[in-house]
Design a protein around this ligand. Structure first.
Ligand SMILES: *Cc1c(COP(=O)(O)O)cnc(C)c1O
Length: 397
């Protein structure tokens, strides 16, 4: 690829593609959004990096915006560079919490329960948290302290809690694992179990956050009343610029009123590049545009449109459209294609390749799901242009 313009990408031969991938759900305002380009280039001429040894006003400004207008619950923010790093951060907070709030026998709690088909990243910590064996193969031994249970299975989750458990970690919509939304009653049940067992509710909003799923955060699109303790963010937060953060609630963890956010004091965690002046200036431009433009409402509306349109085609190989907002997965049935699948190819990989040849960029999510994650500001006519390419591909596949 050579350049981008809104929801179009152009390759080195100047071939144009409709972009329903958006840098894997990162370029939430499309390519080269003028306000984002302006913020980035202006800051590049002022100060790119100076380290967190000094106060950075842009960090404070962005943290306030995220706490007040995106998360909406009092807390503090730590800036990182990626989703995996942000998840490592919340795993560290959970482990420290397990030391401060030990098991009945006085031993520190350290175990985090995550879910099958989850995806949390590729570092040693976030890979161990990921409930997909294919991500971990031949990297054993894994970091200890994770247990995986089936998503949306309350009985299995309840049975998995042990005296060592200190947290439960989930995505509101499993992105990489096939676009599987959490059921509202399950999310409410998880929050309840966390209260009963003194566990941290850890939400990975790396893919489903920042207005993508029809609310400012993915969990709020499912159960706005649920209050997580820890939230990890990346992808959309930077609009394509590498950026991440994690949020820690100010809620009291004991009878003395100790805020959860206070247990990671200065020196407990760090990042040389986390929250550089250029990253926070760029991210501020992205997030303030998302908030001011109420892009979560647009994502909700366009997402319903995508679902209704694709399901309305009644194509035999399409099993349905899952997801929330503009995080959508088209389910594919390998036995209902017109043509035999090429050797060694998954249904999603096959359809994704055909789309690309036809001028549409999408993204597989697991073997049977084609993920549609366009920019949240994609014009209605560009969305229709991409959908008609998809229709042509699915009719012939
Ligand atoms: C992409 C993703 C990550 C990993 O983010 P990186 O920036 O690639 O490290 C973690 N969690 C979820 C839900 C993701 O979609």
């Amino acid at each position: 690829m050579a350049r981008g313009e809104g929801s179009y990408l152009y390759d080195t031969e100047e071939r144009r593609y409709v972009d329903f991938c958006a840098g894997i759900a990162t370029c939430c305002l499309g390519h080269c959004h003028p306000a984002v380009v302006q913020a980035l280039t202006e800051q590049a001429g002022k100060l790119m990096h100076c380290s967190n040894l000094y106060g950075i006003p842009g960090q404070e400004k962005l943290a306030k915006l995220i706490v007040e207008d995106i998360i909406g619950i009092p807390g503090q923010v730590f800036f990182a560079n990626s989703g995996a790093e942000s998840n490592d951060g919340i795993i560290k907070v959970a482990r420290r919490f397990g030391h401060r709030r030990p098991a009945a026998d006085g031993s520190p709690r350290y175990e985090v329960i995550t879910f099958n088909k989850s995806f949390h990243g590729r570092t040693l910590g976030s890979m161990a948290a990921t409930g997909q064996r294919k991500i971990q193969v031949e990297f054993d031994p894994l970091l200890v302290g994770f247990k995986y249970v089936d998503f949306n299975d309350m009985a299995a989750l309840r049975a998995a809690i042990s005296p060592q458990t200190c947290g439960i970690m989930l995505e509101a919509v499993q992105g990489e694992g096939g676009v599987n939304p959490v059921q509202p009653e399950f999310l409410r049940g998880v929050a309840q179990l966390c209260k009963e067992h003194d566990l941290l509710l850890m939400v990975d909003e790396v893919q489903c956050g920042f207005c993508r799923c029809g609310a400012t955060m993915g969990w709020k699109a499912v159960c706005p009343e649920v209050q997580p303790d820890l939230v990890s963010c990346a992808k959309g937060i930077g609009g394509g610029f590498p950026m991440g953060c994690f949020w820690v609630s100010n809620r009291a963890i004991d009878g003395q009123g100790t805020p959860l956010s206070s247990i990671m004091g200065a020196g407990s965690h760090g990042s040389t590049f986390g929250g550089t002046p250029i990253a926070v200036a760029t991210s501020y431009a992205v997030v303030s545009e998302l908030v001011q433009g109420a892009y979560h409402e647009r994502a909700q509306r366009l997402g319903e449109y995508v679902k209704n349109t694709v399901e309305g085609w009644h194509i035999p190989c399409v099993t349905g459209v899952r997801g929330l907002g503009l995080l959508r997965g088209v389910g594919l049935d390998k036995d209902k294609f017109r043509n035999p699948l090429p050797e060694g190819m998954t249904p999603a990989g096959y359809v994704n390749n055909l789309c690309r040849e036809a001028g549409l960029l999408a993204c597989p999510a697991g073997p049977d799901t084609l993920r549609l994650i366009p920019a949240l500001n994609i014009p209605a006519e560009t969305l229709d242009e991409g959908l008609s390419i998809l229709l042509g591909v699915l009719e012939m596949a």
